[in-house]
Design a protein around this ligand. Structure first.
Ligand code: FAD
Ligand code: SIN
Length: 538
Protein backbone atom coordinates (compact mmCIF):
# COMPACT_ATOMS: atom_id res chain seq x y z
CA UNK A 1 0.00 0.00 0.00
CA UNK A 2 1.25 3.47 -0.90
CA UNK A 3 2.18 5.73 1.99
CA UNK A 4 -0.08 8.78 2.25
CA UNK A 5 1.54 12.17 2.57
CA UNK A 6 0.67 13.57 6.00
CA UNK A 7 0.85 17.34 6.35
CA UNK A 8 3.69 18.77 8.41
CA UNK A 9 2.72 20.21 11.80
CA UNK A 10 3.46 23.77 10.65
CA UNK A 11 3.58 25.09 7.11
CA UNK A 12 6.53 27.40 7.80
CA UNK A 13 9.72 27.59 9.82
CA UNK A 14 9.79 30.22 12.56
CA UNK A 15 11.71 31.08 15.67
CA UNK A 16 10.04 32.82 18.60
CA UNK A 17 13.30 34.66 19.39
CA UNK A 18 13.27 36.49 16.07
CA UNK A 19 9.55 36.79 15.32
CA UNK A 20 7.61 39.85 16.60
CA UNK A 21 5.05 39.02 19.31
CA UNK A 22 1.50 40.31 19.74
CA UNK A 23 -0.52 39.65 22.91
CA UNK A 24 -4.29 39.51 23.27
CA UNK A 25 -6.69 37.71 25.61
CA UNK A 26 -8.80 36.39 22.76
CA UNK A 27 -7.82 35.90 19.13
CA UNK A 28 -10.69 35.63 16.66
CA UNK A 29 -9.61 34.31 13.25
CA UNK A 30 -12.19 35.55 10.74
CA UNK A 31 -14.43 38.57 10.37
CA UNK A 32 -17.70 37.15 9.05
CA UNK A 33 -20.92 36.90 11.03
CA UNK A 34 -19.48 34.27 13.38
CA UNK A 35 -16.12 35.92 14.06
CA UNK A 36 -17.54 39.39 14.62
CA UNK A 37 -20.33 38.09 16.87
CA UNK A 38 -17.72 36.21 18.93
CA UNK A 39 -15.48 39.30 19.12
CA UNK A 40 -18.29 41.59 20.29
CA UNK A 41 -19.24 39.20 23.07
CA UNK A 42 -15.68 38.38 24.15
CA UNK A 43 -14.76 42.07 24.24
CA UNK A 44 -17.21 42.65 27.12
CA UNK A 45 -14.52 41.24 29.47
CA UNK A 46 -11.31 40.85 27.48
CA UNK A 47 -8.99 42.33 24.92
CA UNK A 48 -9.78 40.88 21.50
CA UNK A 49 -7.86 40.77 18.25
CA UNK A 50 -9.82 39.98 15.06
CA UNK A 51 -7.76 39.00 12.04
CA UNK A 52 -8.94 38.66 8.45
CA UNK A 53 -6.86 37.58 5.51
CA UNK A 54 -8.47 40.12 3.19
CA UNK A 55 -10.50 43.28 3.92
CA UNK A 56 -12.65 42.96 7.01
CA UNK A 57 -15.83 42.72 4.93
CA UNK A 58 -14.65 40.29 2.25
CA UNK A 59 -16.15 36.95 3.25
CA UNK A 60 -19.06 34.60 2.60
CA UNK A 61 -21.22 36.57 5.00
CA UNK A 62 -21.05 39.74 2.91
CA UNK A 63 -22.35 37.84 -0.14
CA UNK A 64 -25.33 36.24 1.61
CA UNK A 65 -28.51 37.04 -0.24
CA UNK A 66 -31.65 35.16 0.78
CA UNK A 67 -31.78 35.97 4.47
CA UNK A 68 -31.87 34.64 7.99
CA UNK A 69 -34.26 31.89 9.05
CA UNK A 70 -35.67 32.87 12.42
CA UNK A 71 -38.85 32.36 14.40
CA UNK A 72 -40.21 35.89 14.72
CA UNK A 73 -43.64 35.64 13.19
CA UNK A 74 -46.63 34.97 15.47
CA UNK A 75 -47.77 31.88 13.59
CA UNK A 76 -44.36 30.24 13.57
CA UNK A 77 -42.86 28.17 16.40
CA UNK A 78 -39.43 26.93 17.44
CA UNK A 79 -40.79 23.38 17.23
CA UNK A 80 -41.77 23.84 13.57
CA UNK A 81 -38.39 25.33 12.65
CA UNK A 82 -36.55 22.52 14.46
CA UNK A 83 -38.70 19.92 12.69
CA UNK A 84 -37.98 21.36 9.23
CA UNK A 85 -34.25 21.50 10.02
CA UNK A 86 -34.17 17.92 11.26
CA UNK A 87 -36.24 16.58 8.38
CA UNK A 88 -33.81 18.14 5.92
CA UNK A 89 -30.82 16.68 7.83
CA UNK A 90 -31.92 13.12 6.97
CA UNK A 91 -31.23 11.37 10.24
CA UNK A 92 -27.89 12.96 11.11
CA UNK A 93 -28.86 16.21 12.86
CA UNK A 94 -27.76 16.76 16.41
CA UNK A 95 -31.22 17.56 17.75
CA UNK A 96 -29.94 19.20 20.94
CA UNK A 97 -27.71 21.53 18.99
CA UNK A 98 -30.43 22.36 16.41
CA UNK A 99 -32.92 23.14 19.21
CA UNK A 100 -30.43 25.27 21.13
CA UNK A 101 -29.38 27.33 18.09
CA UNK A 102 -32.91 27.82 16.75
CA UNK A 103 -34.23 28.76 20.22
CA UNK A 104 -31.49 31.37 20.75
CA UNK A 105 -31.98 32.79 17.23
CA UNK A 106 -34.84 35.23 17.89
CA UNK A 107 -32.90 36.94 20.74
CA UNK A 108 -29.77 37.32 18.63
CA UNK A 109 -31.67 38.70 15.63
CA UNK A 110 -33.59 41.15 17.84
CA UNK A 111 -30.24 42.30 19.25
CA UNK A 112 -28.94 42.80 15.71
CA UNK A 113 -32.00 44.90 14.94
CA UNK A 114 -31.43 46.91 18.14
CA UNK A 115 -27.86 47.54 16.92
CA UNK A 116 -29.29 49.09 13.77
CA UNK A 117 -29.63 46.28 11.23
CA UNK A 118 -32.47 47.15 8.89
CA UNK A 119 -34.46 44.18 7.66
CA UNK A 120 -37.13 44.65 5.00
CA UNK A 121 -40.59 45.60 6.26
CA UNK A 122 -44.05 46.10 4.83
CA UNK A 123 -46.54 48.25 6.78
CA UNK A 124 -43.90 48.49 9.51
CA UNK A 125 -43.77 44.70 10.02
CA UNK A 126 -40.90 42.41 9.11
CA UNK A 127 -41.65 40.47 5.92
CA UNK A 128 -41.03 36.74 5.83
CA UNK A 129 -40.38 34.55 2.84
CA UNK A 130 -39.93 30.83 2.16
CA UNK A 131 -37.00 28.77 0.98
CA UNK A 132 -36.64 25.10 0.09
CA UNK A 133 -37.56 22.72 2.91
CA UNK A 134 -39.01 25.45 5.16
CA UNK A 135 -42.69 24.66 5.47
CA UNK A 136 -43.31 28.13 6.86
CA UNK A 137 -42.28 31.61 5.65
CA UNK A 138 -39.62 32.50 8.24
CA UNK A 139 -36.79 34.07 6.24
CA UNK A 140 -36.13 37.75 6.92
CA UNK A 141 -34.01 39.75 4.49
CA UNK A 142 -32.37 43.12 3.90
CA UNK A 143 -32.49 45.34 0.81
CA UNK A 144 -34.23 42.54 -1.07
CA UNK A 145 -31.24 40.35 -1.81
CA UNK A 146 -28.35 41.86 0.19
CA UNK A 147 -28.93 40.44 3.68
CA UNK A 148 -25.30 39.52 4.31
CA UNK A 149 -24.01 43.05 3.68
CA UNK A 150 -26.45 44.51 6.17
CA UNK A 151 -25.51 41.96 8.86
CA UNK A 152 -21.77 42.36 8.20
CA UNK A 153 -21.81 46.16 8.24
CA UNK A 154 -23.90 46.31 11.40
CA UNK A 155 -21.40 44.06 13.19
CA UNK A 156 -18.37 45.94 11.82
CA UNK A 157 -19.84 49.19 13.17
CA UNK A 158 -19.99 47.67 16.65
CA UNK A 159 -16.50 46.23 16.39
CA UNK A 160 -15.12 49.64 15.40
CA UNK A 161 -16.89 51.27 18.35
CA UNK A 162 -15.44 48.81 20.87
CA UNK A 163 -12.31 49.95 22.73
CA UNK A 164 -11.42 46.35 23.51
CA UNK A 165 -11.29 45.12 19.93
CA UNK A 166 -8.41 45.54 17.49
CA UNK A 167 -8.72 44.35 13.91
CA UNK A 168 -5.85 43.36 11.62
CA UNK A 169 -6.88 43.14 7.97
CA UNK A 170 -4.78 41.41 5.27
CA UNK A 171 -3.29 39.19 7.95
CA UNK A 172 -3.09 35.54 7.03
CA UNK A 173 -3.12 33.03 9.88
CA UNK A 174 -0.87 30.17 8.83
CA UNK A 175 -0.99 27.83 11.83
CA UNK A 176 -2.15 27.47 15.40
CA UNK A 177 0.42 27.28 18.18
CA UNK A 178 -0.23 24.35 20.49
CA UNK A 179 1.53 22.69 23.39
CA UNK A 180 0.41 19.73 25.48
CA UNK A 181 -3.03 19.64 23.91
CA UNK A 182 -3.79 23.35 24.42
CA UNK A 183 -3.83 26.27 21.98
CA UNK A 184 -1.74 29.33 22.82
CA UNK A 185 -2.31 31.42 19.72
CA UNK A 186 -1.22 31.45 16.12
CA UNK A 187 1.53 32.30 13.71
CA UNK A 188 0.38 34.76 11.07
CA UNK A 189 1.76 36.75 8.15
CA UNK A 190 1.18 40.33 7.14
CA UNK A 191 2.27 41.67 3.76
CA UNK A 192 4.17 44.59 5.32
CA UNK A 193 5.06 43.26 8.78
CA UNK A 194 6.01 39.71 7.78
CA UNK A 195 5.50 36.86 10.27
CA UNK A 196 4.03 37.56 13.73
CA UNK A 197 3.34 35.33 16.71
CA UNK A 198 0.00 36.05 18.36
CA UNK A 199 -0.16 34.82 21.99
CA UNK A 200 -3.61 34.31 23.47
CA UNK A 201 -5.58 32.91 26.38
CA UNK A 202 -8.34 31.67 24.04
CA UNK A 203 -8.48 31.33 20.26
CA UNK A 204 -11.68 31.23 18.22
CA UNK A 205 -11.56 29.94 14.64
CA UNK A 206 -14.27 31.52 12.46
CA UNK A 207 -12.67 31.14 9.04
CA UNK A 208 -15.80 30.08 7.12
CA UNK A 209 -16.01 27.51 4.34
CA UNK A 210 -13.96 25.97 1.56
CA UNK A 211 -16.04 26.41 -1.63
CA UNK A 212 -12.88 27.39 -3.49
CA UNK A 213 -11.70 23.78 -3.63
CA UNK A 214 -14.32 23.40 -6.39
CA UNK A 215 -14.15 24.89 -9.87
CA UNK A 216 -17.81 25.97 -9.68
CA UNK A 217 -18.60 27.80 -6.48
CA UNK A 218 -20.65 30.65 -5.07
CA UNK A 219 -17.90 31.38 -2.51
CA UNK A 220 -15.48 34.30 -2.78
CA UNK A 221 -11.71 33.74 -3.14
CA UNK A 222 -11.08 33.79 0.63
CA UNK A 223 -12.99 30.51 1.15
CA UNK A 224 -10.04 28.10 0.83
CA UNK A 225 -10.65 26.07 4.00
CA UNK A 226 -7.61 27.43 5.90
CA UNK A 227 -9.25 27.05 9.32
CA UNK A 228 -10.16 23.42 8.67
CA UNK A 229 -6.60 22.66 7.57
CA UNK A 230 -4.82 24.48 10.41
CA UNK A 231 -7.09 22.84 12.98
CA UNK A 232 -6.46 19.40 11.49
CA UNK A 233 -2.68 19.96 11.53
CA UNK A 234 -2.96 20.96 15.19
CA UNK A 235 -4.81 17.76 16.12
CA UNK A 236 -8.47 18.88 16.08
CA UNK A 237 -11.17 16.36 15.22
CA UNK A 238 -13.15 17.09 12.05
CA UNK A 239 -16.61 15.69 11.34
CA UNK A 240 -18.89 15.13 8.30
CA UNK A 241 -16.39 16.39 5.71
CA UNK A 242 -18.17 14.49 2.92
CA UNK A 243 -21.22 16.73 3.26
CA UNK A 244 -20.60 19.62 0.86
CA UNK A 245 -23.75 21.48 -0.10
CA UNK A 246 -24.25 22.44 -3.74
CA UNK A 247 -26.53 25.40 -4.32
CA UNK A 248 -28.91 24.63 -7.17
CA UNK A 249 -28.93 28.00 -8.87
CA UNK A 250 -25.78 29.93 -9.73
CA UNK A 251 -25.81 32.26 -12.70
CA UNK A 252 -24.17 30.37 -15.55
CA UNK A 253 -22.58 32.49 -18.20
CA UNK A 254 -19.30 31.12 -19.54
CA UNK A 255 -16.46 33.37 -18.40
CA UNK A 256 -18.53 35.28 -15.83
CA UNK A 257 -18.13 34.92 -12.06
CA UNK A 258 -20.57 32.47 -10.52
CA UNK A 259 -23.08 34.86 -8.97
CA UNK A 260 -25.72 33.26 -6.75
CA UNK A 261 -29.37 33.45 -7.78
CA UNK A 262 -30.94 33.23 -4.35
CA UNK A 263 -33.33 30.45 -3.45
CA UNK A 264 -35.84 33.12 -2.46
CA UNK A 265 -36.32 33.73 -6.20
CA UNK A 266 -37.97 30.31 -6.16
CA UNK A 267 -39.58 31.22 -2.83
CA UNK A 268 -41.27 34.11 -4.67
CA UNK A 269 -42.55 31.82 -7.44
CA UNK A 270 -39.56 31.33 -9.77
CA UNK A 271 -39.89 28.22 -11.95
CA UNK A 272 -37.08 25.96 -13.15
CA UNK A 273 -37.15 25.00 -16.83
CA UNK A 274 -34.90 22.79 -18.91
CA UNK A 275 -33.40 23.53 -22.32
CA UNK A 276 -36.71 22.57 -23.96
CA UNK A 277 -38.58 25.09 -21.81
CA UNK A 278 -40.28 22.35 -19.75
CA UNK A 279 -40.91 22.76 -16.03
CA UNK A 280 -39.38 19.67 -14.40
CA UNK A 281 -39.31 19.95 -10.59
CA UNK A 282 -42.88 18.67 -9.91
CA UNK A 283 -41.89 15.26 -11.28
CA UNK A 284 -38.98 15.01 -8.80
CA UNK A 285 -40.55 16.21 -5.51
CA UNK A 286 -43.98 17.23 -4.14
CA UNK A 287 -42.52 20.58 -3.02
CA UNK A 288 -41.29 21.15 -6.62
CA UNK A 289 -38.96 24.20 -6.83
CA UNK A 290 -39.06 24.45 -3.06
CA UNK A 291 -37.82 20.93 -2.40
CA UNK A 292 -34.68 20.73 -0.20
CA UNK A 293 -31.51 21.84 -1.98
CA UNK A 294 -29.96 18.41 -2.43
CA UNK A 295 -33.06 17.28 -4.35
CA UNK A 296 -33.14 20.41 -6.53
CA UNK A 297 -29.39 20.25 -7.34
CA UNK A 298 -29.55 16.56 -8.22
CA UNK A 299 -32.71 17.06 -10.33
CA UNK A 300 -31.08 19.92 -12.25
CA UNK A 301 -28.06 17.73 -12.94
CA UNK A 302 -30.32 15.00 -14.32
CA UNK A 303 -32.12 17.48 -16.58
CA UNK A 304 -28.79 18.84 -17.83
CA UNK A 305 -27.68 15.30 -18.64
CA UNK A 306 -31.00 14.36 -20.29
CA UNK A 307 -31.08 17.46 -22.48
CA UNK A 308 -27.31 17.44 -23.05
CA UNK A 309 -27.04 21.06 -21.94
CA UNK A 310 -24.64 22.95 -19.67
CA UNK A 311 -27.41 24.55 -17.60
CA UNK A 312 -31.13 25.02 -16.94
CA UNK A 313 -33.10 28.23 -16.47
CA UNK A 314 -35.07 30.11 -13.85
CA UNK A 315 -38.18 31.73 -15.19
CA UNK A 316 -39.59 34.73 -13.29
CA UNK A 317 -41.28 36.41 -16.24
CA UNK A 318 -44.72 35.82 -14.73
CA UNK A 319 -43.90 37.93 -11.64
CA UNK A 320 -44.87 41.61 -12.06
CA UNK A 321 -41.86 43.63 -13.19
CA UNK A 322 -42.05 46.25 -10.42
CA UNK A 323 -42.20 43.56 -7.76
CA UNK A 324 -39.30 41.69 -9.33
CA UNK A 325 -37.06 44.72 -9.65
CA UNK A 326 -37.68 45.93 -6.10
CA UNK A 327 -37.45 42.45 -4.56
CA UNK A 328 -34.17 41.45 -6.26
CA UNK A 329 -32.29 44.66 -7.09
CA UNK A 330 -28.78 43.15 -7.00
CA UNK A 331 -29.73 40.16 -9.16
CA UNK A 332 -31.42 42.51 -11.61
CA UNK A 333 -28.26 44.65 -11.77
CA UNK A 334 -25.83 41.74 -12.23
CA UNK A 335 -28.02 40.01 -14.83
CA UNK A 336 -28.50 43.30 -16.70
CA UNK A 337 -24.72 43.67 -16.92
CA UNK A 338 -24.76 40.47 -19.03
CA UNK A 339 -27.67 41.66 -21.16
CA UNK A 340 -30.32 39.66 -19.27
CA UNK A 341 -33.50 41.49 -18.26
CA UNK A 342 -34.95 39.27 -15.55
CA UNK A 343 -38.49 40.48 -16.29
CA UNK A 344 -38.23 39.37 -19.93
CA UNK A 345 -35.50 36.75 -20.21
CA UNK A 346 -34.84 33.31 -18.76
CA UNK A 347 -31.91 33.27 -16.31
CA UNK A 348 -29.30 30.56 -17.10
CA UNK A 349 -28.32 28.69 -13.93
CA UNK A 350 -26.66 25.55 -12.68
CA UNK A 351 -25.52 24.15 -9.32
CA UNK A 352 -22.20 24.96 -7.68
CA UNK A 353 -20.39 24.27 -4.41
CA UNK A 354 -21.83 26.51 -1.73
CA UNK A 355 -21.44 25.44 1.88
CA UNK A 356 -19.34 23.07 4.01
CA UNK A 357 -21.74 21.28 6.32
CA UNK A 358 -18.94 19.38 8.07
CA UNK A 359 -16.09 21.01 9.89
CA UNK A 360 -14.24 21.21 13.18
CA UNK A 361 -16.17 19.13 15.68
CA UNK A 362 -17.40 21.27 18.56
CA UNK A 363 -19.46 20.63 21.67
CA UNK A 364 -22.43 22.73 22.75
CA UNK A 365 -20.08 25.44 24.09
CA UNK A 366 -18.24 25.53 20.72
CA UNK A 367 -15.18 23.96 22.31
CA UNK A 368 -12.97 21.76 20.15
CA UNK A 369 -10.98 18.80 21.47
CA UNK A 370 -7.96 21.15 21.84
CA UNK A 371 -8.03 23.15 25.08
CA UNK A 372 -8.54 26.92 24.71
CA UNK A 373 -9.55 26.48 21.07
CA UNK A 374 -13.08 27.22 19.84
CA UNK A 375 -14.71 27.08 16.41
CA UNK A 376 -17.92 28.76 15.26
CA UNK A 377 -19.85 29.55 12.08
CA UNK A 378 -19.35 27.59 8.86
CA UNK A 379 -15.92 26.19 9.83
CA UNK A 380 -17.45 24.45 12.84
CA UNK A 381 -19.56 21.32 12.82
CA UNK A 382 -22.23 21.67 15.49
CA UNK A 383 -24.23 18.85 13.90
CA UNK A 384 -27.21 21.20 13.48
CA UNK A 385 -27.54 20.56 9.74
CA UNK A 386 -27.02 16.79 9.65
CA UNK A 387 -26.62 15.70 6.03
CA UNK A 388 -28.24 18.77 4.44
CA UNK A 389 -28.59 22.41 5.46
CA UNK A 390 -31.78 24.38 5.05
CA UNK A 391 -31.40 27.73 3.32
CA UNK A 392 -30.80 30.70 5.65
CA UNK A 393 -29.97 28.51 8.65
CA UNK A 394 -26.30 29.41 8.29
CA UNK A 395 -26.33 33.12 9.13
CA UNK A 396 -28.48 32.12 12.09
CA UNK A 397 -25.96 29.51 13.19
CA UNK A 398 -23.07 31.96 12.74
CA UNK A 399 -24.80 34.64 14.78
CA UNK A 400 -25.66 32.27 17.65
CA UNK A 401 -22.50 30.15 17.74
CA UNK A 402 -20.25 33.24 17.49
CA UNK A 403 -22.05 34.80 20.45
CA UNK A 404 -21.80 31.59 22.47
CA UNK A 405 -18.14 30.96 21.66
CA UNK A 406 -17.40 34.53 22.80
CA UNK A 407 -19.19 33.94 26.11
CA UNK A 408 -17.50 30.62 26.84
CA UNK A 409 -14.05 31.90 25.89
CA UNK A 410 -14.48 34.68 28.50
CA UNK A 411 -15.79 32.31 31.16
CA UNK A 412 -12.93 29.89 30.73
CA UNK A 413 -10.34 32.68 30.90
CA UNK A 414 -11.88 33.96 34.15
CA UNK A 415 -12.26 30.50 35.65
CA UNK A 416 -8.72 29.40 34.97
CA UNK A 417 -7.25 32.85 35.76
CA UNK A 418 -5.14 32.15 32.70
CA UNK A 419 -1.99 34.21 32.06
CA UNK A 420 -0.36 34.90 28.73
CA UNK A 421 2.73 32.73 28.77
CA UNK A 422 4.82 32.87 25.63
CA UNK A 423 7.40 30.13 25.32
CA UNK A 424 10.25 29.34 22.99
CA UNK A 425 9.40 27.71 19.68
CA UNK A 426 11.92 26.95 17.02
CA UNK A 427 10.10 25.29 14.19
CA UNK A 428 12.12 24.30 11.21
CA UNK A 429 9.97 22.77 8.54
CA UNK A 430 12.10 20.61 6.30
CA UNK A 431 11.20 21.27 2.73
CA UNK A 432 11.80 19.70 -0.66
CA UNK A 433 14.08 21.37 -3.13
CA UNK A 434 11.64 21.26 -6.04
CA UNK A 435 11.28 24.84 -7.20
CA UNK A 436 9.60 24.54 -10.56
CA UNK A 437 6.00 24.12 -9.46
CA UNK A 438 3.25 25.93 -11.37
CA UNK A 439 1.00 26.67 -8.41
CA UNK A 440 -1.75 28.23 -10.50
CA UNK A 441 -1.92 25.18 -12.72
CA UNK A 442 -2.09 22.79 -9.75
CA UNK A 443 -4.77 24.95 -8.09
CA UNK A 444 -6.94 24.99 -11.23
CA UNK A 445 -6.40 21.28 -11.85
CA UNK A 446 -7.38 20.49 -8.25
CA UNK A 447 -10.57 22.56 -8.53
CA UNK A 448 -11.55 20.83 -11.79
CA UNK A 449 -10.77 17.42 -10.33
CA UNK A 450 -12.90 18.08 -7.24
CA UNK A 451 -15.79 19.29 -9.38
CA UNK A 452 -15.61 16.28 -11.68
CA UNK A 453 -14.89 13.54 -9.13
CA UNK A 454 -16.19 14.72 -5.75
CA UNK A 455 -19.08 16.95 -6.81
CA UNK A 456 -22.85 16.47 -6.78
CA UNK A 457 -22.56 12.86 -7.99
CA UNK A 458 -19.81 10.60 -6.71
CA UNK A 459 -18.73 7.01 -7.23
CA UNK A 460 -15.85 4.77 -6.16
CA UNK A 461 -13.94 5.02 -9.43
CA UNK A 462 -13.99 8.82 -9.48
CA UNK A 463 -13.24 9.19 -5.79
CA UNK A 464 -10.30 6.83 -6.08
CA UNK A 465 -9.00 8.79 -9.07
CA UNK A 466 -9.34 12.01 -7.05
CA UNK A 467 -7.54 10.47 -4.08
CA UNK A 468 -4.62 9.38 -6.25
CA UNK A 469 -4.26 12.74 -7.99
CA UNK A 470 -4.43 14.64 -4.70
CA UNK A 471 -1.84 12.32 -3.21
CA UNK A 472 0.45 12.93 -6.17
CA UNK A 473 0.15 16.73 -5.96
CA UNK A 474 0.52 16.55 -2.18
CA UNK A 475 3.88 14.85 -2.55
CA UNK A 476 5.16 17.86 -4.50
CA UNK A 477 3.38 20.63 -2.66
CA UNK A 478 2.91 19.70 1.00
CA UNK A 479 6.58 19.34 1.87
CA UNK A 480 7.54 22.67 0.29
CA UNK A 481 7.89 25.84 2.30
CA UNK A 482 6.12 28.85 0.80
CA UNK A 483 6.40 32.47 1.82
CA UNK A 484 3.05 33.82 0.59
CA UNK A 485 -0.68 33.08 0.95
CA UNK A 486 -1.06 31.59 -2.53
CA UNK A 487 1.22 28.67 -1.61
CA UNK A 488 -0.31 28.19 1.87
CA UNK A 489 -3.81 28.29 0.41
CA UNK A 490 -2.95 25.59 -2.09
CA UNK A 491 -1.49 23.45 0.72
CA UNK A 492 -4.68 23.95 2.72
CA UNK A 493 -6.91 23.24 -0.29
CA UNK A 494 -5.07 20.00 -1.01
CA UNK A 495 -5.48 18.88 2.58
CA UNK A 496 -9.16 19.82 2.75
CA UNK A 497 -9.84 18.13 -0.61
CA UNK A 498 -8.15 15.00 0.65
CA UNK A 499 -10.37 15.00 3.76
CA UNK A 500 -13.54 15.53 1.68
CA UNK A 501 -12.62 12.75 -0.73
CA UNK A 502 -11.57 10.21 1.90
CA UNK A 503 -14.78 10.79 3.88
CA UNK A 504 -16.86 10.56 0.69
CA UNK A 505 -15.16 7.27 -0.18
CA UNK A 506 -15.87 5.87 3.27
CA UNK A 507 -19.58 6.70 3.25
CA UNK A 508 -20.93 3.95 1.03
CA UNK A 509 -24.51 5.20 0.79
CA UNK A 510 -26.41 8.29 -0.41
CA UNK A 511 -27.72 10.71 2.19
CA UNK A 512 -28.55 14.40 1.97
CA UNK A 513 -25.99 16.25 -0.10
CA UNK A 514 -23.75 13.17 -0.43
CA UNK A 515 -24.99 11.34 -3.51
CA UNK A 516 -23.21 8.16 -4.64
CA UNK A 517 -24.40 6.71 -7.93
CA UNK A 518 -22.88 3.33 -6.95
CA UNK A 519 -24.70 3.34 -3.57
CA UNK A 520 -27.90 5.25 -4.44
CA UNK A 521 -29.86 4.25 -1.30
CA UNK A 522 -29.70 5.54 2.25
CA UNK A 523 -28.35 2.78 4.49
CA UNK A 524 -29.53 3.40 8.03
CA UNK A 525 -28.23 0.06 9.24
CA UNK A 526 -24.59 0.89 8.61
CA UNK A 527 -24.38 4.62 8.03
CA UNK A 528 -26.65 6.48 10.44
CA UNK A 529 -23.49 7.80 12.01
CA UNK A 530 -20.81 10.46 11.57
CA UNK A 531 -17.38 10.12 10.04
CA UNK A 532 -14.75 11.66 12.32
CA UNK A 533 -11.17 12.36 11.23
CA UNK A 534 -8.13 13.34 13.21
CA UNK A 535 -4.45 13.45 12.37
CA UNK A 536 -2.65 10.51 13.87
CA UNK A 537 0.45 12.41 14.99
CA UNK A 538 -0.31 16.09 15.73
P1 FAD B 1 -17.21 33.96 6.59
O1 FAD B 1 -18.26 34.98 6.54
O2 FAD B 1 -16.89 33.28 5.32
O3 FAD B 1 -15.89 34.64 7.15
C1 FAD B 1 -14.66 33.95 7.13
C2 FAD B 1 -13.57 34.89 7.57
O4 FAD B 1 -12.38 34.15 7.83
C3 FAD B 1 -13.19 35.95 6.57
O5 FAD B 1 -13.10 37.18 7.24
C4 FAD B 1 -11.80 35.54 6.08
O6 FAD B 1 -10.96 36.62 5.74
C5 FAD B 1 -11.27 34.85 7.32
N1 FAD B 1 -10.20 33.89 7.05
C6 FAD B 1 -10.25 32.73 6.37
N2 FAD B 1 -9.05 32.14 6.36
C7 FAD B 1 -8.21 32.95 7.04
C8 FAD B 1 -6.84 32.90 7.36
N3 FAD B 1 -6.04 31.90 6.98
N4 FAD B 1 -6.30 33.92 8.08
C9 FAD B 1 -7.06 34.97 8.46
N5 FAD B 1 -8.37 35.07 8.18
C10 FAD B 1 -8.93 34.07 7.49
N6 FAD B 1 -26.46 31.72 4.52
C11 FAD B 1 -27.65 32.10 5.04
O7 FAD B 1 -28.00 31.73 6.17
N7 FAD B 1 -28.46 32.93 4.32
C12 FAD B 1 -28.15 33.37 3.08
O8 FAD B 1 -28.88 34.13 2.47
C13 FAD B 1 -26.92 32.94 2.50
N8 FAD B 1 -26.56 33.32 1.25
C14 FAD B 1 -25.32 33.01 0.79
C15 FAD B 1 -24.90 33.49 -0.46
C16 FAD B 1 -23.62 33.25 -0.91
C17 FAD B 1 -23.18 33.78 -2.25
C18 FAD B 1 -22.72 32.49 -0.11
C19 FAD B 1 -21.32 32.23 -0.57
C20 FAD B 1 -23.13 31.99 1.11
C21 FAD B 1 -24.43 32.23 1.56
N9 FAD B 1 -24.87 31.74 2.80
C22 FAD B 1 -26.08 32.12 3.29
C23 FAD B 1 -23.95 31.00 3.67
C24 FAD B 1 -23.39 31.99 4.72
O9 FAD B 1 -23.19 33.23 4.11
C25 FAD B 1 -22.09 31.52 5.31
O10 FAD B 1 -22.17 30.18 5.71
C26 FAD B 1 -21.74 32.37 6.52
O11 FAD B 1 -21.77 33.72 6.19
C27 FAD B 1 -20.37 31.99 7.05
O12 FAD B 1 -20.01 32.93 8.02
P2 FAD B 1 -18.65 32.74 8.81
O13 FAD B 1 -18.55 33.90 9.74
O14 FAD B 1 -18.57 31.39 9.36
O15 FAD B 1 -17.51 32.83 7.67
C1 SIN C 1 -29.74 31.78 -0.98
O1 SIN C 1 -30.07 32.94 -0.84
O2 SIN C 1 -30.24 31.02 -1.80
C2 SIN C 1 -28.66 31.24 -0.12
C3 SIN C 1 -29.22 30.96 1.20
C4 SIN C 1 -28.33 30.07 1.98
O3 SIN C 1 -27.33 29.55 1.51
O4 SIN C 1 -28.65 29.88 3.15
Amino acid sequence: MKKHTEPKRHLISFDSHTTPHVFTDVLVIGSGVAGLSAAIEAAKHNSVLVVAKDKIDENNTAYAQGGIAVVLSDEDTITKHVKDTIDAGQGLCDTTSAKAIISEGPKRVKELIAWGAMFDKENNHLVFTKEGGHRFPRIIRAQGDSTGKEVEHTLIRLVKESKNIKAFEHTFVIDLITKSGACHGAVAWHAKKGNILIWTKSTIIATGGCGQVYRETTNPDVATGDGLAMAYRAGATLQDMEFVQFHPTTLYIAGAVRFLITETVRGEGGILRNKRGERFMPKYHPQAELAPRDVVSQSILQEMQKTDHTHVYIDVRHIPKERLYSRFPKIREICASFGIDIAKDLIPVRPSAHYMIGGIKVDRFLRTNIKQLYACGEVACTGMHGANRLGSNSLLEGLVTGYEAGIDACKSIQKARRELLPYTIQESAESSKISWLDLEDITNSLKSLMWRDAGIERNERHLLEAEEMIEMWSRYVLDKEFSNPFGWELQNMLLVSKLIVSSARKRKESRGVHHRTDYPKTDNTHWKKHILIKKTTP
